[in-house]
Design a protein around this ligand. Structure first.
Ligand code: G
Ligand code: G
Ligand code: MN
Ligand code: NA
Length: 254
């Protein structure tokens, strides 16, 4: 309850901020886009992880104004990078379950795109596999409308949910993100290597863009390249960082 109260104040006190993690094309190492990751700089507790406060935001409906703020902020930043030539592909934003259910997501995305002037094609929404399994007609309509606007939809943490793959046929999606728990084991664990290979090949045959997340080592990158995985992100390239530090990282690459 106390964290909930201070989370309410956090928005108006500008304690929330976004970090961004670059996503790269694995074959050339070219910068493709970014994933926006929320942070809470709490006055007493310091940096609070979204794993801690997003569930609180979901339980209290604060996820609606917070999600709206994330979309507006990420789209505005993407527009700046696009204008500077530092966005070839897309800005990815994580969407939580309740945010999708509360159904004004179409308006919220529309407003964020309008305000920022970011083309819809430059925005990607990441939804979790459990969300994808649990769509009602209403949430499916929301996803279809977002897709019709030109926004890309991606299944995050792919492979960690349930085993039914039928939703891949049903949902208007463009991509999959291989969960980092599999990527972590591709070199040492034959099972993780097999699952990762299977996801890459499944995505390719369904025409979906696949991203490997949590790449930490050159050996993992080599495996993913060998398997033809097109996109990746992870500490090996760059940690999620605030705009100032990411601008330094971008400048150093030029
Ligand atoms: O960046 P980090 O590993 O701390 O993120 C932890 C979790 O919080 C991840 O599951 C990530 O998807 C989620 N997360 C990060 N930013 C956002 C956000 O803006 N909105 C939502 N709904 N989830 C987020
Ligand atoms: O659930 P989602 O995939 O959105 O969460 C992404 C989380 O993974 C973020 O919290 C981000 O900080 C974290 N992350 C990004 N790259 C790496 C990495 O290379 N290793 C690890 N362990 N975590 C990472
Ligand atoms: Mn994600
Ligand atoms: Na993930």
């Amino acid at each position: 309850m106390r964290l909930e109260n201070s989370l309410h104040a956090a928005l108006s006190r500008s304690e929330l901020l976004l970090h961004y993690q670059p996503k790269l094309k694995l074959d050339t190492g070219e910068l493709f886009g970014y994933e926006a990751l929320i942070r809470w700089n709490h006055p007493q507790m310091g940096m609070v992880s979204p794993a801690q406060f997003i569930p609180i935001a979901e339980d209290s409906s604060l996820i609606v104004p917070i999600g709206d703020w994330v979309l507006h902020t990420a789209c505005a930043q993407a527009r700046r990078w696009l204008d500077r030539g530092d966005l070839l592909g897309r800005m990815a934003v994580n969407i939580s379950h309740r945010q999708l259910k509360l159904a004004n997501l179409v308006d919220s995305v529309h407003s964020a795109l309008q305000h920022s002037g970011l083309p819809a094609e430059c925005l990607e929404l990441e939804i979790t596999e459990s969300m994808a399994m649990d769509t009602t007609q209403e949430t499916l309509d929301t996803l279809v409308r977002l897709r019709e606007m030109g926004v890309h939809l991606t299944i995050d943490d792919f492979g960690t949910g349930y085993s039914s793959l039928s939703y891949l046929r049903k949902l208007p999606i463009d991509g999959l993100k291989i969960d980092r728990s599999f990527v972590a084991g591709v070199v040492q664990e034959p099972g993780d290597a097999a699952i990762t290979r299977a996801i890459i090949s499944l995505a390719a045959s369904l025409g979906l863009a696949v991203t490997a997340e949590g790449i930490e080592e050159a050996s993992q990158l080599a495996f993913l390249r060998e398997q033809g995985c097109p996109f990746g992100q992870g500490y090996f390239y760059c940690r999620p960082m605030d705009v100032a530090r990411l601008d330094d990282w971008l400048a150093a690459r030029r």
